[in-house]
Design a protein around this ligand. Structure first.
Ligand code: ATP
Length: 264
C-alpha cells in the first residue's frame, strides 16, 4: 500500500497543497487531476520523497519507478543506456551493469514497443518518444510502484494509445501500483481505480474513479461543462478502442487560456 495522511507542503509562507490523505492498495491505479499549478507535480515529488512534507506522513516503498515530465539532454547516451540506468538501484555501490541488466533493459524497451530506439541517442528522439523510453526505464527498475507525471503530455494519439495500452496491461496483471497525474480526464476514466481531484482552496476529493470523476465534478474541477460520449462507432472523436471509451470533451466555447491562481 502507498499512502499520504493529512499531508501538506509549504514553500515559504505559501501552502502548495494541504489536507491530502489517500491509501492506495497494492496493484491499483490512482489518477491525480487538477488545473495547472494546483500542485500535482509537487504532490508526486513529496510522494517520491525528493521533497519533504511540511506536515503529515507518507508511506512508500524505497524503490519506485519514476517517469518525469518531458526530459531533455542525453545526446551522449543511447536509449539502451538510459533504460539501463533504471537498473542502478539493483547494483552495489561500485557495481557495473552486466548482461542480465542489459537483457532486462531490452525487455523493458520491448514491453513499451520501443526496441527500435535502443541504439539511438536519447537526445535525438522527439519528446513523445523520450517519454516512452522513460517508461521503459521505470519498468527496468522492477519496482512494484510506478509514478508518472503527465506521461501522455507530449504524445500524439498513436503514442498515447501505446502508452495507455502498456499501462492497461500492467493494470490487468495487477503487477504494479501506479500513480499518475494527467490533464486527460478520459485517461483517468480508462485506467484508474481511484481518482484524487485537487480542487481550488485545498479541497481534495479521493475515492473510486466512477464516484469521483462524474461530469459534474469534472466541470467543477476545470470550470468547463463536459459532454460524455460512450463509444458510438464512427464518431470523429472516437479514435481507438482504448482512447475512445468513454471520451470526454469540454463543450465548445470561445475564449483563451484561463489561469487558476487559487493560492494566496
Ligand atoms: N521551486 C518552487 N518554488 C516556489 N514555488 C514553486 C516551485 N515549484 C513549483 N512552485 C509552485 O507550486 C505550485 C504548484 O506547482 P506544480 O508544478 O506542483 O503544479 P501542477 O499542478 O503540477 O501544474 P501543471 O499542471 O501546470 O504541471 C505552482 O504555483 C508553482 O508556481
Amino acid at each position: 500500500m502507498i499512502a499520504l495522511s493529512n499531508a501538506g507542503m509549504r514553500r515559504g509562507q505559501r501552502w502548495i497543497f494541504r489536507n491530502v490523505s489517500f491509501d492506495l492498495p497494492d496493484g491499483e491505479v490512482l489518477a491525480i487531476l487538477g488545473c495547472n499549478g494546483r500542485g500535482k507535480t509537487t504532490l508526486l515529488r513529496t510522494l517520491l520523497g525528493s521533497l519533504g512534507l511540511s506536515e503529515g506522513t507518507r508511506t512508500m516503498p524505497s524503490v519506485v519507478g519514476y517517469v518525469p515530465q518531458a526530459q531533455g539532454g542525453g545526446d551522449q547516451h543511447r536509449c539502451l543506456d538510459i533504460v539501463m540506468m533504471g537498473r542502478s538501484g539493483r547494483l552495489g555501490l561500485f557495481g557495473l551493469p552486466g548482461k542480465a541488466d542489459e537483457a532486462a533493459a531490452l525487455a523493458a524497451l520491448a514491453t513499451v514497443g520501443a526496441s527500435q530506439f535502443a541504439e539511438r541517442p536519447f537526445g535525438h528522439l522527439s519528446g513523445g518518444e523520450r517519454q516512452i523510453v522513460l517508461l521503459a526505464r521505470a519498468l527496468a527498475t522492477e519496482a512494484k510502484v510506478l509514478v508518472l507525471d503527465e506521461p501522455a503530455a507530449s504524445l500524439d494519439l498513436a503514442n498515447q494509445d501505446l502508452l495507455l495500452g502498456v499501462l492497461m496491461r500492467l493494470r490487468q496483471a495487477r503487477s504494479h501500483t501506479i500513480v499518475f497525474t494527467t490533464h486527460h480526464p478520459q485517461h483517468g476514466l480508462i485506467l484508474a481505480d481511484r481518482a484524487l481531484m485537487m480542487h481550488a482552496g485545498d479541497e481534495i476529493l479521493y475515492g473510486p474513479t466512477a464516484d469521483m470523476m462524474t461530469d459534474g465534478e469534472l466541470a467543477r474541477l476545470y470550470g468547463v461543462p463536459f459532454v460524455r460520449h460512450t463509444g458510438a462507432v464512427g464518431r470523429p472523436d472516437i479514435v481507438s478502442p482504448i482512447l475512445g471509451q468513454p471520451s470526454l470533451h469540454p463543450k465548445p466555447r470561445t475564449g483563451t487560456y484561463i489561469g487558476h491562481d487559487h493560492l494566496s
